[in-house]
Design a protein around this ligand. Structure first.
Ligand SMILES: [Zn+2]
Length: 86
Protein backbone atom coordinates (compact mmCIF):
# COMPACT_ATOMS: atom_id res chain seq x y z
CA UNK A 1 0.00 0.00 0.00
CA UNK A 2 1.25 3.47 -0.86
CA UNK A 3 1.96 6.04 1.83
CA UNK A 4 0.99 9.69 1.57
CA UNK A 5 4.57 10.67 0.84
CA UNK A 6 4.60 8.28 -2.12
CA UNK A 7 1.49 9.94 -3.48
CA UNK A 8 3.21 13.30 -3.18
CA UNK A 9 6.12 12.02 -5.21
CA UNK A 10 4.01 10.44 -7.94
CA UNK A 11 1.21 12.95 -8.28
CA UNK A 12 2.89 15.08 -10.94
CA UNK A 13 3.41 12.00 -13.12
CA UNK A 14 -0.08 10.76 -12.37
CA UNK A 15 -1.72 14.04 -13.34
CA UNK A 16 0.56 15.00 -16.22
CA UNK A 17 -0.28 11.65 -17.80
CA UNK A 18 3.16 11.44 -19.35
CA UNK A 19 3.14 8.52 -21.72
CA UNK A 20 5.01 5.63 -20.17
CA UNK A 21 5.80 7.79 -17.16
CA UNK A 22 3.79 5.74 -14.73
CA UNK A 23 3.25 1.97 -14.93
CA UNK A 24 -0.32 0.74 -14.74
CA UNK A 25 0.36 -0.99 -11.42
CA UNK A 26 1.44 2.33 -9.94
CA UNK A 27 -1.57 4.17 -11.32
CA UNK A 28 -3.80 1.58 -9.69
CA UNK A 29 -1.94 1.83 -6.38
CA UNK A 30 -2.34 5.60 -6.46
CA UNK A 31 -6.01 5.30 -7.25
CA UNK A 32 -6.51 2.87 -4.37
CA UNK A 33 -4.81 5.25 -1.99
CA UNK A 34 -6.98 8.13 -3.16
CA UNK A 35 -10.08 6.05 -2.47
CA UNK A 36 -9.17 5.59 1.19
CA UNK A 37 -7.33 8.86 1.86
CA UNK A 38 -9.36 12.04 1.87
CA UNK A 39 -6.26 14.11 2.47
CA UNK A 40 -4.53 12.94 -0.70
CA UNK A 41 -7.74 13.18 -2.71
CA UNK A 42 -8.04 16.80 -1.74
CA UNK A 43 -4.38 17.31 -2.46
CA UNK A 44 -4.54 15.80 -5.95
CA UNK A 45 -7.55 17.92 -6.80
CA UNK A 46 -5.80 21.12 -5.72
CA UNK A 47 -2.66 20.08 -7.50
CA UNK A 48 -4.53 19.48 -10.74
CA UNK A 49 -6.26 22.86 -10.59
CA UNK A 50 -2.97 24.61 -9.93
CA UNK A 51 -1.25 22.79 -12.78
CA UNK A 52 -4.05 23.77 -15.16
CA UNK A 53 -3.75 27.41 -14.16
CA UNK A 54 0.02 27.52 -14.34
CA UNK A 55 0.22 25.57 -17.58
CA UNK A 56 -2.16 27.92 -19.35
CA UNK A 57 -0.47 31.03 -18.01
CA UNK A 58 3.17 29.99 -18.39
CA UNK A 59 3.50 26.78 -20.38
CA UNK A 60 7.24 27.16 -20.90
CA UNK A 61 8.08 27.64 -17.24
CA UNK A 62 6.43 24.51 -15.95
CA UNK A 63 8.95 21.88 -14.99
CA UNK A 64 9.36 18.97 -12.60
CA UNK A 65 11.12 21.07 -10.00
CA UNK A 66 8.21 23.47 -9.73
CA UNK A 67 5.74 20.63 -9.44
CA UNK A 68 7.71 18.83 -6.74
CA UNK A 69 8.01 21.97 -4.66
CA UNK A 70 4.29 22.55 -5.08
CA UNK A 71 3.53 18.97 -4.12
CA UNK A 72 5.48 19.26 -0.89
CA UNK A 73 3.87 22.56 -0.02
CA UNK A 74 0.33 21.38 -0.64
CA UNK A 75 0.76 18.14 1.22
CA UNK A 76 2.41 19.79 4.20
CA UNK A 77 -0.62 22.05 4.38
CA UNK A 78 -2.95 19.09 4.23
CA UNK A 79 -1.06 17.23 6.95
CA UNK A 80 -1.53 20.19 9.24
CA UNK A 81 -5.26 20.53 8.61
CA UNK A 82 -6.01 16.82 8.86
CA UNK A 83 -3.67 15.27 11.44
CA UNK A 84 -3.94 11.52 11.48
CA UNK A 85 -6.56 11.42 8.77
CA UNK A 86 -4.62 9.11 6.51
ZN1 LIG B 1 -2.71 9.90 1.74
Amino acid sequence: MLQCKDVTEETSNYIAGVEGGLPLSKRIALFMHLVICRCCRNYVQQFRQTIDTVTVAKPQEMDATDRQALAKKLHAMCDKTNPGDH
